[in-house]
Design a protein around this ligand. Structure first.
Ligand SMILES: Nc1ncnc2c1ncn2[C@@H]1O[C@H](COP(=O)(O)OP(=O)(O)O)[C@@H](O)[C@H]1O
Ligand SMILES: [Mg+2]
Length: 233
């Protein structure tokens, strides 16, 4: 069994008389330590998958097995513990706390768990050693996203979930961020899942899960994922 397994998972939203099926019989597996990309156009159901994997949302039907444990019938308390101890999240628009410095933003997360990495060192690792005491407004978009990544990885999460992490960034800054995310999987052994609508990024992944219209359309594995430096879009 793979490290992460979604098995015949459905997510339905009920709006009055209408039912929106955001995930329709979604099944896939992701191995430990992989960099996986979930690819698809807007509305395909990608964020829904990611939020369910991260325990931020629950599915309507089907299994969500993480390291052998089905989290789909966890209660709220179990989901909170699961998120806290296993998951790092990176969002498109960074979601930093505006009145805290870079270091304080990272500390917010590292204080939640026992075996956290040192916040300052984590910022050094993402190339922000000289911006530790800056506030978000003093940082560029790419720098803010690197703070957000530092915040996500300072907890030493087993799984790093990233929803359109380069969506608001220019080409070069986006590549820097992808480099850091690929290193998290290759050098630190984290399982990294990136959601994107940008198919040009797919070659860097160990596994590409394509979604369309709430369903998984194909799953491919790359024997030789491309280095970020070779990637162009
Ligand atoms: N909270 C919600 N309530 C109702 N519909 C939703 C909700 N969240 C997502 N949806 C719908 O589910 C579908 C998939 O959304 P989403 O997973 O965000 O797609 P993607 O991330 O691929 O753009 C869309 O049609 C969206 O409008
Ligand atoms: Mg989305």
């Amino acid at each position: 069994m793979a490290y992460i397994e979604m098995v015949h998972s459905f997510k339905r939203y009920h709006m009055g008389d209408i039912t929106i099926t955001a995930n329709n019989d979604v099944s896939f597996g992701i191995e430990r330590g992989e960099l996986a990309i979930i690819l698809g156009s807007s509305g395909a159901g990608k964020s829904t998958v990611l939020n369910i994997l991260g325990g931020m949302d629950t599915n309507s039907e089907g299994k969500v097995i993480i390291d052998g444990v089905d989290i789909s019938d966890f209660n709220a308390k179990q989901l909170t513990d699961y998120r806290r101890n296993n998951i790092g999240f990176v969002f498109q628009f960074y979601n930093l706390v505006a009145n805290l410095t870079a270091k304080e933003n990272v500390e917010l997360a590292s204080e939640l768990v026992k075996n956290a990495a040192d916040p300052a060192q984590t910022l050094v690792d993402v190339g922000l050693g000289d911006r530790i005491d800056n506030f978000p407004v003093q940082l560029s978009g790419g720098e803010q996203q690197r703070v957000a990544i530092a915040r996500a990885v300072a907890k030493n999460p087993k799984i790093l979930l990233c929803d359109e992490p380069t969506g608001a960034l220019d080409y070069h800054t986006g590549k820097q961020v992808l480099r850091i995310l690929q290193d998290m999987s290759r050098k630190r052994g984290a399982t990294v899942v990136i959601v994107t609508h940008n198919s040009a990024i797919a070659p860097i992944a160990d596994r590409v899960i394509r979604m369309h219209d709430a369903r998984v359309k194909s799953i491919e594995t790359n024997e030789h994922p491309m280095d970020i430096e070779e990637l162009e879009w």
